[in-house]
Write a new protein. Structure first.
Length: 73
């Protein structure tokens, strides 16, 4: 069973102050090449959009990976 990574996003829209995403570690590994990866520091940087038009889409990497499906309501 894959481990889960919990992301906490500040909510600038109406509602709860934070939005939670529970993402499978396998999803991150599968999409690693789509993220902004610093090979020297061995860090993957994930920048999720907070704009309504592409909410929860990684916007700075190459793949524009969507995270909407992982939102915990």
């Amino acid at each position: 069973m894959a481990k889960k990574i919990h992301l906490i996003c500040e909510n600038h829209l109406k509602g709860e102050p934070f939005i939670y995403l529970k993402v499978s570690s396998l999803f991150f590994l599968k999409n690693l090449s789509s993220f902004d990866v610093d090979q020297k520091e061995k860090v993957a940087r994930i920048y999720l959009s907070a704009e309504a038009v592409n909410m929860f889409t990684e916007v700075r990497g190459k793949g524009k990976v969507e995270f909407k499906a992982f939102r915990i309501i």
